[in-house]
Design a protein around this ligand. Structure first.
Ligand code: DC
Length: 231
């Protein structure tokens, strides 16, 4: 059986740490299977961008919690090649990738009120499925019934190199500074009390260190087709 658009209920969850290749992989899988695509990290980044923009002290969880309901966050999921995120009607797809947002996002995403609000929004966006969803807690919390769950990893050095290559516009983003900022973020994301980064028991772990992007995409597409055929 073919896991095409005739399978609207299919949900593919792709979780893993930063720099593991999640975004390129998840987008490629969505393209190959003609599914929608949702980047949940972009939603936490959008929330963080709004907090910084409104001078909320992001190191104060109570201050963040008090305003977590205010930003209107909208996601475009239809085309994996053109994902967009807007806050209060403003497209913030570019601004959410700055170092300032990147270094504040772990603190904001650890606040339970932020997670409650964004998880509800993510479930609405997932709707009846037909979507690839990437994040940290998709297979464990957001979509525990997803038919396909992948936990994507890569060696720390490979992850730091990929991240630094993505940030070439920023002269401060060497491999070593990127690696230490990434380590800090991973530690915060993995040790927070609410929905930490965690491999779901039924997730398939894929280590992308030794594989090219196309190979990783092909592995996950095959897995999805097998799962759909077995339904
Ligand atoms: O995938 P990313 O690097 O754009 O994610 C940004 C941050 O958002 C990441 O440091 C942790 C947080 N996040 C999260 O807590 N839960 C998710 N489902 C996705 C991202």
């Amino acid at each position: 059986m073919n896991a095409g658009p005739q399978e609207p209920t299919l949900v593919v969850a792709v979780d893993g740490p930063s720099g593991s290749g999640k975004s390129s992989t998840a987008r490629g899988v969505a393209r190959a299977l003609r599914l929608r695509y949702l980047d949940t990290g972009a939603m936490y980044r959008a929330m963080t961008w709004w907090m910084l923009r409104h001078d909320v002290d992001v190191s104060d969880p109570a201050a963040v919690a008090a305003r977590a309901d205010e930003p209107v966050i909208e996601m475009t999921t239809a085309d994996p090649d053109a994902p967009a995120v807007s806050v209060d009607g403003v497209d913030v797809s570019g601004p959410i990738r700055t170092r300032e947002v990147t270094n504040a996002v772990s603190a904001v995403s650890a606040v339970p009120e932020v997670r409650t609000r964004l998880v509800a929004l993510q479930r609405e966006l997932i709707g009846d499925g037909g979507i690839v969803v990437e994040g940290r807690d998709i297979g464990t919390v957001v979509a525990p019934d997803a038919q396909v769950k992948v936990f994507l990893t890569a060696s720390q050095q490979a992850r730091a190199q990929r991240r630094a290559a993505e940030l070439t516009a920023d002269p401060a983003a060497t491999v070593s500074t990127t690696r230490s900022e990434m380590d800090t973020r991973d530690r915060l994301d993995s040790t927070r009390a609410t929905s930490p980064l965690l491999k779901a028991d039924d997730a398939v772990e894929v280590d992308s260190t030794e594989f090219g992007l196309d190979e990783v995409i092909a592995q996950i597409v095959k897995l999805a087709e097998e799962r759909v055929a077995a339904l």
